[in-house]
Design a protein around this ligand. Structure first.
Ligand code: HEC
Ligand code: HEC
Length: 454
């Protein structure tokens, strides 16, 4: 889309995904090192190999399978990446930003799988991956491994135990952490316990990484202290023993430095300055107490926790962790054995900073609201919506979507069903955060314009 070509990349100096500049010196700064580690160092066992990736289209449903068979290798690769929500790397389009591809052809999921996506086809450093189809990818990989008589890996088996993400762009990531932490003591030694079967599965939309610099505590319920060790929970597979975490600590200091160096992207389109100025006044009256203020002279951010009954958004995430789960994490090696500042009983969800909010659709912690216009019109949020692969809605500010009153009844392959976000499903509700109802239509129009400037 031509519209977004001029997007500005304030973080390109820290070697983000769109930077084509070689680092100024061989060693590079700490943030540059962090980005390089994310792109090149596998911290988990490999998920699959190149031969499997190349063969994935052979098991697709028709007519896709025939279309892929007739396509050129480049076109087939593009179709494959698009199906699974992967973004071709600007340096080498045969590799995605989200996986570390080794010289031996191994593909290993990285943090960027969920934390690096694109907006209107353009990778912006730290923008969440709102297209990642982890469950569909894992399902197709498992079938292909069986066909190629290759052993199943940790994701293939994990998928038999728990859902990975029932709609594209969101994942059951919080429950992965819960399931894995169940098998560790506070020093991260492995415990031999039967797995939990009572896990509260629910999907989440990853937050933008550039917000990290404003937060003292992380996650939507703001319970975990923000530090480099917390970032390492994703590595808790049994193949990584407790010594690995100590060994990789410095790597995660660098990764944390990259995350903290990221800046929100500027809205690449036109802005109606006088309308935005009206919007600022309305915003400061109705929204700033929770979301802070944004000014050239400096921002304020209250990191305000809103009780769950008051915010009224989907509460499955809130109920998914109990005080014991939170305490186990805070008092483990990840939380410096309780020395850092965590909360075992948060009251609800923390109002996030809204920097770069135009680029991080869909909205709310579960990714249930496709555009800022829908966020500002609670009664008009769609029950079911399906995005176009890379379309951007400049009017409503967010994803370009088709909307439905219910999931279309026709029989659909699973992969296609997961492209529909169904807010009637548990954990996926789009209700709540009714504060915009206090605004009239003219004020909403002004606030929408103002939100583009953040
Ligand atoms: C499978 C998807 C997935 C992967 C892989 C993943 N994350 Fe996340 N991450 C999430 C989700 C979802 C959240 C939001 C969780 C919440 O708020 O409860 C999150 C939250 C975070 C946050 C807190 C952001 C905030 O503002 O509250 C940080 C920092 C983070 N992840 C870093 C990492 C790092 C570093 C890695 C790799 C070691 C990683 N993540 C791997 C999905 C993922
Ligand atoms: C009482 C506190 C409070 C007020 C007032 C408030 N919000 Fe929020 N807002 C929140 C919380 C908490 C969330 C996170 C809810 C969730 O994800 O479930 C949120 C989420 C959002 C989001 C989605 C953020 C994202 O990354 O998905 C936007 C946009 C937003 N608010 C805009 C506004 C605007 C505009 C106003 C004023 C009309 C406003 N809010 C008023 C507390 C508030």
């Amino acid at each position: 889309m031509a519209w977004i070509v001029g997007v500005c990349h304030p973080s390109a100096s820290a070697a983000g995904p769109t930077s084509t500049d070689a680092p100024s010196d061989a060693a590079g700064s700490l943030p540059e090192k962090g980005y390089r580690l994310l792109r090149t160092k596998p911290f988990l066992p490999a998920d699959f190999d190149q031969e499997i990736f190349d063969a994935l289209p052979e098991i697709w449903d028709e007519p896709l399978r025939s279309q892929a068979a007739k396509a050129t290798p480049e076109e087939r690769r593009r179709m494959t990446m698009e199906r699974y929500g992967l973004t071709p790397s600007p340096e080498d389009p045969s590799q995605p930003l989200q996986y570390v591809v080794g010289a031996d052809g191994s593909w290993t999921m990285s943090c960027l799988a969920c934390h690096q996506g694109q907006v209107a086809g353009q990778a912006i450093p730290g923008v969440p991956n709102s297209t990642y189809a982890l469950e569909t990818l894992t399902e197709d990989v498992r079938l292909t491994k069986v066909r190629q008589r290759k052993p199943l890996g940790h994701m293939d088996l994990g998928m038999l135990m728990l859902p990975l993400g029932t709609s594209a762009g969101t994942t059951n990531a919080v429950v992965f952490g819960l399931a894995l932490m169940h098998h560790r003591d506070r020093d991260l030694n492995l415990l031999n316990k039967p797995p939990r079967f009572d896990l509260p599965h629910h999907d989440m939309d990853a937050p933008a990484w550039w917000l990290g610099a404003k937060k003292k505590r992380i996650y939507i319920d703001g319970f975990a202290p923000s530090n480099h060790r917390m970032l390492m929970q994703f590595l808790l597979v049994k193949e990584n023993g407790p010594e690995r975490f100590r060994e990789w600590e410095d790597d995660f200091r660098a990764i944390e430095a990259w995350i903290e160096s990221l800046k929100p992207p500027a809205w690449p389109g036109e802005i109606n300055a006088s309308l935005a100025e009206e919007g600022r006044v309305v915003f400061e009256h109705h929204c700033s107490a929770c979301h802070g203020t944004y000014a050239d002279s400096g921002d304020t951010y209250p990191e305000r926790m809103v009780p769950i009954e008051e915010i009224g958004t989907d509460r499955v995430r809130f109920d998914a962790l109990n005080a014991q789960n939170r305490q186990d994490l805070i008092e483990s090696w990840f939380g410096f054995y309780g020395e850092s500042d965590g909360l075992t009983t948060p009251e609800g969800y923390v109002a996030p900073p809204l920097d770069g909010i135009w680029a991080t659709a869909p909205y709310l912690h579960n990714g249930s609201v496709p555009t800022l216009w829908h966020l500002l019109h609670p009664a008009e949020r769609p029950v079911v919506w399906k995005r176009t692969p890379t379309g951007y809605d400049q009017e409503r500010v967010g994803l370009e979507v088709d909307t439905f009153d219910a999931l279309p009844v026709s029989r659909m392959p699973q992969a296609e069903r997961r492209r529909h976000f169904d807010t009637s499903k548990p954990g996926k509700s789009a209700v709540g955060h009714d504060y915009p109802d206090l605004l009239d239509e003219e004020e909403k129009r002004a606030v929408l314009e103002y939100l583009k400037t953040l």
